[in-house]
Design a protein around this ligand. Structure first.
Ligand code: XMP
Ligand code: MG
Length: 174
């Protein structure tokens, strides 16, 4: 286990308090990047004391493996227009940064007023794109992590904590 349910709850509270200040009087469009960010998003927004709208995007970059394929594809786009909005992207983890670099470009292209990133986890060692999140829950080492929304082959999203996947689990599938 890397981060417990209690540590995650405290972090959501702290991030929520900061976001409430930073977005005071603004009505942000809060975007959940499916599926990994759903648990974080739902806990985070309940700590944000500000008017907001929520929307969801599904993008794929990883398929079922622990390594990125390189391609970023939009599987589900926003329902609400991002034009002139203060957009907050909520993500589970930033790894190479490819997914977010693509999303930030897209939202700027659509003329969002501001685009900020809040990620539960940051894995800076593997970064390829120049992406620095505005709000970070925890830094993680260069290991494959699961739980609290993050999966391995669709499993473990429901764990209430974040843990490092045992290598024997993914070795047996190679
Ligand atoms: P990039 O490389 O584009 O990747 O920053 C971001 C997406 O990759 C997935 N990802 C992980 N998922 N454990 C996971 O369960 C990990 O350690 C991990 N590293 C990257 C994740 O979906 C994220 O949105
Ligand atoms: Mg994700």
């Amino acid at each position: 286990m890397l981060y417990s349910q209690t540590q995650i709850a405290e972090t959501c509270q702290q991030l929520g308090a900061q976001l409430s200040k930073d977005y005071h009087g603004k009505k942000p469009l809060v975007i959940c990047v499916l599926k990994g960010a759903i648990l974080f998003m739902s806990d985070l927004v309940r700590q944000m004391d500000t008017d907001m709208e929520m929307d969801f995007m599904d993008v794929s970059s990883y398929g079922n493996a622990t390594e990125s394929s390189g391609a970023v594809k939009i599987l589900k786009d926003l329902d609400i227009s991002a034009t002139d909005r203060d957009v907050l992207i909520v993500e589970d983890i930033i790894d190479t940064g490819r997914t977010l670099a693509c999303l930030v470009d897209l939202l700027n292209h659509r003329h969002a007023k501001t685009v900020k990133i809040c990620t539960l986890l940051d894995k800076p060692e593997r970064r390829e794109k120049k992406i620095s999140p505005d709000y970070v829950g925890f830094k993680v080492p260069n290991e494959f992590v699961v739980g609290y929304g993050l999966d391995y082959q669709g499993l473990y999203r429901n764990l209430p904590y974040v843990g490092i996947l045992k290598p024997e689990i993914y070795m047996q599938n190679q």
